[in-house]
Design a protein around this ligand. Structure first.
Ligand SMILES: Cc1cc2nc3c(=O)[nH]c(=O)nc-3n(C[C@H](O)[C@H](O)[C@H](O)COP(=O)(O)OP(=O)(O)OC[C@H]3O[C@@H](n4cnc5c(N)ncnc54)[C@H](O)[C@@H]3O)c2cc1C
Length: 606
């Protein structure tokens, strides 16, 4: 391993024991004790010891930050269905929005048209949620939980009912069902089957019934974009001219995938062979393409690009598809993971059948004959048939202009306070929110669990809770069923890290984690009261195993440090320990001995 480490000019020494390097700052504690520690100090820091702040201002959407979790056990496992499912009726109409549409069409004659509006849409709703993604759905749930009679309208540009995105780059690709692109049902790593939709159409109230249905409910108006907001008049306008007024409004518009300038400059022939991956339709299209072409190139080394590379790589073996992944960093997930672990991950992705090209910066893309030619800045050329660009996200903030809302100039996204409030009756949640975290400062987070947590909090505050953001969200990424990590806080590879590893067993996999939790989607369930009860008790585990040279980084804990304080933690193939990590970050104490802190995770006891 030693060859992977960069030696600091001044402050570090390496020690080789049994073929394993323990690498420490000379002025910090060195592991002479029990756990194998792996230090990683980015080259810049080795010289300057300058530590990044809360995210990286100026790089909108690229901050490899954070995370956190929250309290819904699983969004899909809702407890507040207020209507009965008719016996014998198919519970899950997987055509999703079309099922709802049919239901609405059947009932449309019952609802009078409001003058000047879409015939089915109420002219006024108490709760209007703009966007039909994870954050909006979580908000709808929490509004209804606190106000069981609430009438909630979700207006979504997406033609589908609210669904979760993580399986689009993971489990759905590993399904044996030839109709998976239609059913959108997938086997979780634990083998249980579920749909990507949070709820079936029967869960929702037809839009035209929302104002009249007893006990209220949640209605979805799919395929409609909100194009204008009159904040003082409490009114929005849809793309078809329909106007709706509201009492309380949530903006949960998420984001749109970025493109590379080099691809934007290229002509339509290139654009036609490009996928920017975000939605169900993108999954359907890419799945089809992967069966038709000979070569696909993924640009981007973050979690989305790496997950798709692994998913497609697996198909490469069976179908002879060439899968190339290229990115500017030295290794996969290089903005998050310390260099040695990023390198390990790159080898893992290669073993999945992917031709990984690190240190690759795209200069131009063109069509030559029937193929795409990607020219790299260092002169290399890559020929391929289709490109997937997974190069980050731009928060959807078009509404800021008409609404007069502030967009954060550093992180992007609508700027809101610690209660996720932009104005007295407007809240923002999910990827589109740049919020004030009372623990870690201003930030914006692009993760599923944050969408759950912030959507839930916004819903609570829309019904009068007046609560600040308190619960650090987490995020996770799986490279197939056998390797995964969960992370919380500021996990940015530009920070110094200390890693503590142990040998993994068959139980230390994402597959096994979902078997144990039974949820399948790794969003934590934790209430504020539960969080304050978390006790950090030291393990009495035996002396840990010290990996031998060449051994995999089976499982471990990586601490991200700002000064001596742990501000971020990655749990590598360790699952269901997030409350401990959250508590360590929440306490914000200085730690002289991270071996001791690592013991709290009991990583050697499983
Ligand atoms: C393929 C994929 C895999 C992922 N995997 C993971 C993972 O493993 N772990 C993790 O933590 N995170 C993951 N994420 C990120 C996570 O899914 C997002 O952070 C989350 O979906 C954000 O939720 P949101 O509600 O803020 O936005 P979105 O889910 O993007 O929803 C926004 C909604 O708003 C609608 N909309 C936008 N503008 C308007 C408008 N003007 N009017 C009406 N509607 C509008 C959009 O159509 C959309 O329905 C993944 C993302 C993708 C794309």
């Amino acid at each position: 391993f030693g060859s992977e480490l960069t030696v600091s000019k001044t402050s570090r020494f390496n020690l080789c024991i049994d073929g394993v390097f323990l690498c420490c700052f000379s002025n910090e504690l060195c592991s002479s004790g029990t756990l194998l520690q792996r230090w990683n100090v980015p080259p810049d820091l080795q010289l300057s010891r300058q530590v990044a702040g809360t995210g990286v201002p100026g790089k909108k959407g690229t901050n490899s930050v954070l995370v956190l979790i929250v309290g819904l056990s699983s969004l899909g496992a809702g407890a507040y269905v207020s209507r009965k499912v008719v016996p014998g009726k198919k519970l899950h109409d997987d055509s999703s929005a079309s099922g709802l549409q049919n239901k609405q069409n059947r009932l449309s004659h019952l609802s009078p048209a409001a003058p000047g509006t879409h015939p089915k849409v109420p002219s006024h709703v108490p709760f209007l949620l703009i966007g039909g993604g994870t954050a909006a759905f979580a908000a709808a749930r929490s509004i209804r939980a606190r106000d069981p009679g609430a009438r909630v309208l979700i207006v979504s540009e997406d033609p589908a009912l609210p669904y979760m995105r993580p399986p689009l780059s993971k489990e759905l690709w590993f399904s044996d069902d030839p109709n998976v692109t239609e059913t959108l049902r997938f086997k979780q790593w634990n083998g249980k089957e579920r749909s990507i939709y949070f709820q079936p159409p029967s869960f929702y109230v037809p839009v035209e019934d929302l104002s009249s249905v007893e006990n209220g409910g949640v209605a979805v108006l799919p395929g409609k974009k909100v194009v204008h907001m009159d904040v003082r008049g409490n009114t929005v306008k849809l793309s078809d001219g329909t106007q709706i007024s509201y009492d309380k409004c949530l903006i949960a518009t998420g984001g749109s995938p970025r493109n590379l300038p080099a691809i934007e400059r290229a002509g339509k022939d290139v654009q036609k062979r490009l996928t920017l991956f975000r939605k169900i339709e993108d999954f359907r299209r890419l799945e089809k393409i992967s069966r038709e072409v000979k070569s696909i190139t993924i640009i981007g080394g973050g979690f989305l690009g790496s997950e798709l590379a692994c998913a497609l790589g697996r198909r490469a073996r069976t179908r002879g598809l060439e899968v190339i992944q290229l990115f500017p960093e030295n290794g996969n997930m290089g903005k998050v993971l310390p260099e040695y672990l990023s390198n390990w991950t790159t080898e893992k992705v290669r073993r999945e059948g992917v031709n990984v090209l690190p240190n690759a910066v795209v200069k131009s893309v063109s069509v030559s004959g029937n193929r795409l030619v990607i020219k790299l800045k260092d002169g290399r050329k890559v020929e391929t048939d289709h490109i997937v660009a997974a190069v980050g996200l731009e928060p959807n903030v078009e509404l800021a202009k008409s609404a007069g809302l502030e967009v954060d100039s550093d992180f992007g996204g609508f700027r809101v306070n610690a209660e996720l409030q932009a104005r007295s009756n407007i809240w923002v949640a999910g990827d589109a929110a740049c919020f004030y975290d009372i623990k870690l400062g201003r930030r914006r987070v692009e993760h599923h669990d944050h969408a759950v947590v912030s959507g839930r909090l916004a819903g609570e505050n829309m019904t009068g809770a007046a609560k600040p953001y308190w619960h650090q969200s987490m995020f996770w990424s799986d490279l197939g069923p056998n390797v995964g990590y969960e992370a919380i806080g500021l996990v940015d590879s530009s920070l110094p890290t200390v890693g503590v590893f142990a040998k993994a067993t068959a139980k230390d996999t994402p597959k096994s984690a979902t078997e144990q939790s039974g949820t399948g989607i790794r969003s934590e369930s934790e209430t504020e009261a539960e969080a304050s009860e978390v006790q950090l008790s030291e393990s009495s585990s035996p002396t840990p195993h010290v990996p031998t040279q060449g051994e995999d980084y089976g499982k471990g804990v990586i601490f991200y440090l700002r000064d001596k304080v742990v501000v971020g933690i990655v749990l590598w193939n360790i699952f269901n320990r997030m409350p401990i990590a959250r508590k360590i970050i929440k306490d914000g104490e200085e730690h002289e001995d991270l071996n001791e802190v690592a013991k709290l995770f009991n990583i050697h006891e499983d």
